[in-house]
Design a protein around this ligand. Structure first.
Ligand code: GDP
Length: 415
């Protein structure tokens, strides 16, 4: 009974049958305990013209007043001249599970007469967050990495009922390789069901036509049928037609719900017959938050990192990309580090040169000033000398001096 179950050599494809309970089936529970202890971190970005309901939706999604009321901020504030980046960090807790939620807002996007490069600051912030992560990964001590990478980007499409605007297409094309894009139709309560369906179809056609890759929630072989159906159901709603409201209202049959009241009835945010909010929340928060984080790390960040290394002159055989060779990784990291050192050195040199130039310019200026002062003094002395010589000559010749000169030099003559 102590002989091993098989004497064949080990092979990756061969699955051995255990002869009793060993205990590693408990591994998922160990991971569960550890991650609950550590807490979770999720960064969501919201992009869309102002007034499309971004802050309302974030408050509705997490059922918390994450955004301060607009009145408190002050509506009279001067509107920004460029697209800004605003970050809200909050820790929320549900049943003992802590979530560090970071919301990145992009006020000003699409609000100008010329919105041509509105996407640029947004792309820059996503990339700078990748850079910050990369930099931490390359440190000697990697025990405390702060992950601020953007895990999902909710893109708000205005409920026009037509098709995507040039700005929408430009933004999505620029960003789809950097972040998990989730398009949503804002304020969908302003459209009828038929209009929403037609608009969704048109948006999906535009997205396909422009080869834009939006986030696609996955299901796996190990998922049960119910989960697979749920995931498919969620994906069938993309782009999610949403309604946001963090206010409770009373329906005609006396229920108190989160929704929006109109003279003709109430739109309920949490009612799946009224909008896709529930499905969006299900995907984003309940079923696919971890997958969004995984995609960020394994696809978007990995691509960015590869591009960066290739940009530094490093080549990697794409076919063996996933097989990690520790030596190659070390060499990559070293190259990255060396490139950083070279850049630092260059930066320092240019700062030094700039400082020297500034100093030289200052010295030249003060030299010129000194010279001018010196000349001025010399001229004054020379004038004085000439005056005195003139006086002396006049005295010697016995000529009277002018009243002006009298007053100045020989006041006793008046006595
Ligand atoms: P933001 O500028 O994109 O953050 O937009 P806000 O969340 O401040 O919303 C702007 C206005 O639209 C507010 O008056 C909200 O009450 C309203 N609003 C937000 N969500 C919805 C929605 O789903 N439907 C409708 N009809 N109005 C909404």
């Amino acid at each position: 009974p102590n002989t091993p179950p098989t004497s064949k050599p080990m092979s990756g494809a061969l699955r051995k049958k255990l002869q009793g309970y060993v205990g590693f089936a408990n591994l998922p529970n160990q991971v569960h305990r550890k991650s609950v202890k550590k807490g979770f971190n999720f960064t969501i970005m919201v992009v869309g013209e102002s007034g499309l309901g971004k802050s309302t939706l974030v408050n509705t999604l997490f059922n918390a007043p994450l955004y301060p009321p607009k009145e408190a901020v002050g509506l009279s504030q001067e509107s920004p001249k460029t697209v800004g980046i605003q970050v809200l960090n909050t820790e929320i807790e549900e049943n003992g599970v802590r979530l560090q939620l970071n919301v990145v807002d992009t006020p000003g996007f699409g609000d100008f007469i010329n919105n041509e490069e509105s996407w640029k600051p947004i792309l820059e912030t996503i990339e700078s967050r990748f850079d910050a992560y990369l930099e931490q990964e390359n440190r000697v001590n990697r025990s405390k990495i702060t992950d601020t990478r953007v895990n999902a980007c909710l893109y708000f499409i205005a409920p026009t009922g037509h098709s995507l605007k040039a700005l929408d297409i430009e933004f999505m094309k620029r960003l789809h390789n950097k972040v998990n894009l989730i398009p949503v139709i804002a304020k969908s309560d302003t459209m009828t069901n038929e209009e929403v369906a037609a608009f969704k179809e048109r948006i999906l056609m535009d997205i396909a036509h422009h080869n834009i890759k939006i986030y696609h929630a996955q299901h796996y072989d190990c998922d049960d049928q119910e989960t697979i159906n749920e995931t498919k159901d969620v994906m069938s709603k993309v782009p999610f037609a949403i309604v946001g409201s963090d206010k409770a209202v009373e329906t005609s049959d006396g229920r108190v719900v989160r929704g929006r009241s109109y003279p003709w009835g109430t739109i309920e945010v949490d009612n799946e017959d009224h909008c896709d909010f529930v499905k969006l929340r299900q995907m984003l928060v309940r079923t696919h938050m971890e997958e969004l984080r995984e995609f960020t790390n394994d696809i978007h960040y990995e691509n960015y990192r590869t591009e960066k290394l290739v940009g530094l002159g490093y080549q990697q055989d794409q076919t063996v990309f996933r097989e990690i060779d520790p030596l190659a990784k070390l060499a990559e990291e070293r190259a990255l580090h060396e490139a950083k050192l070279v850049k630092m050195e260059q930066d320092m040199k240019s700062v030094f040169q700039q400082k020297v130039q500034e100093k030289e310019a200052k010295l030249t200026q003060s030299e010129a000033e000194l010279y001018a002062k010196h000349k001025e003094m010399k001229d004054a002395l020379e004038k004085q000398r000439l005056d005195l010589e003139e006086k002396k000559r006049r005295i010697e010749q016995g000529r009277p001096i002018t009243p002006e000169k009298k007053k100045k030099g020989f006041g006793f003559a008046n006595k």
